[in-house]
Ligand binder design. Sequence first.
Ligand SMILES: *[C@@H]1O[C@H](CO)[C@@H](O)[C@H](O)[C@H]1NC(C)=O
Ligand SMILES: *[C@@H]1O[C@H](CO)[C@@H](O)[C@H](O)[C@H]1NC(C)=O
Ligand SMILES: *[C@@H]1O[C@H](CO)[C@@H](O)[C@H](O)[C@H]1NC(C)=O
Length: 165
Amino acid sequence: MDTHELAVLKLLIVGVLVSTWMMRGLSATDSFNIEPTPPRPSKACNESRLHWEVEVCGEEFKRDMEHIDPQYRCNLTHFISEYNIFTLCTETKSLSVNCYWPNPLVERYIIHIHKHFFSNCTLEREEWKDPSDGKLMTLILVPIVLTLAMVALVVWCSKRSDILA
Ligand SMILES: *[C@@H]1O[C@H](CO)[C@@H](O)[C@H](O)[C@H]1NC(C)=O
Ligand SMILES: *[C@@H]1O[C@H](CO)[C@@H](O)[C@H](O)[C@H]1NC(C)=O
Ligand SMILES: *[C@@H]1O[C@H](CO)[C@@H](O)[C@H](O)[C@H]1NC(C)=O
């Protein structure tokens, strides 16, 4: 991995981190209105289960990537949505086994996935070297928009169940 790829990788990770912070912020303010507050992970994080669960995300990502025409597998425009599904999957699985997200195990796994899928992307150097502002905004905004959509859905569902209850 050269420095440009590393920079893009860091940007992706920052993107998902920012969206997580926004999600935490939103659920914190929202809990003033909705009672009772959602339960925090109470059991200990089971790392061996987490490892197994994120492998499942990796398998799904592999399947999704196989559906992309090989000539476009290094093209951000084509794999960004699969990539976001993958990171959201690691988040969902982490929470489902009582682990916080992001966490070091998941970060290591994401880097492993990067090395596996994008190590051959050297020909598309230009793509990585100088991503246009539009592409950078996509990188940063897509996880945020997806997360906001999920938050909105969760809030809507909990409000709805309040009304129904
Ligand atoms: C963690 O999960 C694995 C697999 O489900 C299970 O065998 C193990 O007992 C669990 N460990 C703890 C500490 O709960
Ligand atoms: C990536 O895909 C987009 C949309 O199909 C296309 O416009 C662009 O030229 C592609 N970039 C490269 C480097 O192939
Ligand atoms: C990368 O290239 C090597 C050698 O051409 C090939 O064996 C490997 O399957 C490729 N990896 C991916 C993810 O396409």
